[in-house]
Design a protein around this ligand. Structure first.
Ligand code: NAD
Length: 309
């Protein structure tokens, strides 16, 4: 086992660090403490939500991100210092898949509209033209890793036609057609829903902007559970205002928390969730399983699971 493992207090953005500390306090216990940025001395390993430059100067051998996305971590600098970075991918297929299924069902069955009406005690049907079933509808899933596969499996189970976008277009279960990234426009052109599930990288930043909204159906709905900057947010607002898009469900934004004056709060057909698509009560337990196994591997000199660099 590792000598000492810190849980950085930034983890509190996702769940109380003490819950993870308790989960790790089992028979195979690592020596765990909850630490701030100033208390890194003597630690071998750190579990964290956020990056801090102080991590690069400490004596750490391993840093684990409690998120799947590590786009805020300067990975080259960690690599140059020989600090292994691991992420939490692999955990979110069911949670995010269900959230995206929920978004699609809400748009089809107008549930968000009825919930808004309820706040005004208003008994009124949605416009019949806006109501449909996801059964027989279509979704294009951009990125077919843990999230994308979780979304595709649930969409398929709901009777939807599923298109996918993948860097290498090999077949994927529950996906009817797989396109390479270079055919993004063809892949999204006919879909009622376009779900984004790629990591934020130089290649995916602003992957969806004016040209993609023009390529999509005017009655399409964008679902973003990836990272805010994958979408050109001002192009999205323009597309919504100009009826080039019927709606959006957004869990991630260019700036989080979404600023109070963002126009995205005000569209009837935009569902805003607070980067909560993957949140479950089991999350600390799932992270603890990943961390415990990697702590064992670190002690045994084995390659860590979910290694990013
Ligand atoms: P993953 O590594 O399992 O899958 C990512 C997939 O995207 C990989 O298959 C990869 O090949 C593919 N990809 C990368 N660049 C691509 C491109 N240009 N075109 C098409 N495909 C491309 O990761 P994951 O667990 O599925 O998570 C994906 C991302 O979603 C994370 O990096 C994170 O930013 C985000 N995420 C958000 C939440 C949330 O709470 N909203 C939760 C988990 C993950």
């Amino acid at each position: 086992m590792t000598r000492t493992l810190g849980i950085h207090d930034s983890v509190g953005a996702v769940f109380p660090p003490a819950v993870l500390a308790a989960e790790l306090d089992g028979p195979d216990a690592v020596d765990v403490s909850i630490v701030g940025t100033g208390d890194l001395d003597g630690l071998d390993a750190l579990v964290t939500f956020a990056h801090d430059d102080a991590f690069l100067e400490a004596d750490l051998r391993w840093v684990h991100s409690v998120q799947a996305g590590v786009d805020k971590f300067p990975l080259g600098e960690y690599e140059a210092r020989g600090i292994t970075v691991t992420n939490s991918t692999g955990l979110h297929g069911a949670s995010v898949g269900e959230t995206v299924a929920g978004y699609m069902l809400s748009f089809a069955r107008r549930l968000h509209e009825y919930r808004s009406n309820q706040e005004r005690s208003e008994w009124a049907w949605a416009d019949r033209e806006d109501s449909f079933t996801v059964d027989g509808s279509s979704v294009s899933v951009v990125g077919l890793g843990t999230l994308g596969k979780g979304i595709a499996a649930r969409a398929d189970a709901l009777g939807m036609d599923v298109t996918g976008v993948k860097r290498t277009p090999t077949p994927v279960d529950h996906v009817d057609r797989v396109h390479p990234t270079g055919e993004l426009h063809e892949a999204i052109a006919d879909a009622k829903f376009v779900a984004l599930a790629v990591p934020l990288t130089d290649d995916t930043e602003s992957m969806v902007g004016d040209a993609e909204f023009a390529a999509m159906r005017d009655d399409a709905v964008l679902l973003n559970v990836a990272r805010g900057p994958v979408v050109d947010q001002s192009a999205l607002v323009d597309a919504l205002r100009n009826d080039e898009l019927a709606g959006a469900a957004l869990d991630v934004f260019e700036t989080e928390p979404l600023p109070e004056d963002s126009p995205l709060w005000d569209f009837d057909d935009v569902i805003v969730t607070p980067h909560a698509a993957a949140a479950t009560r089991d999350y600390p337990e799932n992270i603890a399983a990943l961390v415990t196994e990697n702590a064992r591997r670190l002690a045994a000199g084995e390659r860590l699971g979910n290694t990013v660099v």
